[in-house]
Design a protein around this ligand. Structure first.
Ligand SMILES: C[S@@+](CC[C@H](N)C(=O)[O-])C[C@H]1O[C@@H](n2cnc3c(N)ncnc32)[C@H](O)[C@@H]1O
Length: 182
């Protein structure tokens, strides 16, 4: 199956229906990291309709990597499952329906790449919970940290307090990401 037209259609659907999917530029940038690092086990907080997850899965499946993704919206979760099926990516993706704050502590695996793209004002809590699940030298990326900085002041305070080394990368006109390496 050619995922490029499928993903383009999904992105258009997201724009029309106000689903805040990552931009294509951001997807390509993150796919580049996944490819370069040969990520084996990825965690995503905030599936929405699965647009970003399918992008990541397209890389991961090349070397039998895997992604776990979480969303607490039932509508989003169901839409994502349908999209994973249509994109033939189900083998690479495990999708949980529930609040990431409840689910992350129950995960008994370690991840080498964690993408945080849930409710912006909860980004700090997601980071705190995800940190334990990140392998040594693993990468955490937090989305939308420039335009929504006002919703994430506690995150900026937390990374400074914890003396975490981070980079803010402006990816495209839409926004940028925070990248932290453990
Ligand atoms: C920005 S969208 C994710 C977009 C998706 N990553 C993409 O680019 O295609 C954020 C999603 O996070 C979910 N979300 C927000 N807070 C959450 C939480 N505490 N637990 C699980 N999901 C959450 C929302 O339901 C929403 O679907």
């Amino acid at each position: 199956m050619d995922r490029i037209p499928f993903l383009a259609k999904l992105k258009k659907y997201g724009i029309v229906n106000n689903i805040p999917n990552i931009t294509l530029e951001n997807a390509c940038f993150l796919r580049g990291i996944i490819r370069k690092k040969k990520v084996k086990n990825m965690l995503e907080i905030g599936t929405a309709n699965g647009y970003s997850t399918i992008h990541f899965a397209c890389e991961l499946e090349e070397w039998w990597g895997h992604i776990t993704t979480i969303d607490f919206s039932e509508v989003a979760h169901k839409a994502a499952l349908e999209n994973f099926k249509q994109a033939k990516t189900e083998k690479t993706i495990q999708a949980y329906h529930g609040d990431a704050r409840d689910i992350i502590p129950t995960l008994d695996q370690k991840y080498d790449f964690i993408f945080i793209d849930g409710l912006k004002k909860r980004s700090k809590v997601f980071l705190e919970l995800a940190w334990d699940k990140l392998e040594e030298w693993g990468i955490i990326v937090i989305d939308d940290v420039i335009k929504f900085r006002h919703k994430m002041e506690d995150l900026y305070i937390y990374v400074d307090e914890q003396k975490l080394t981070y980079n803010i990368l402006p990816i495209d006109e839409d926004d940028g990401i925070m990248m932290i390496i453990k």
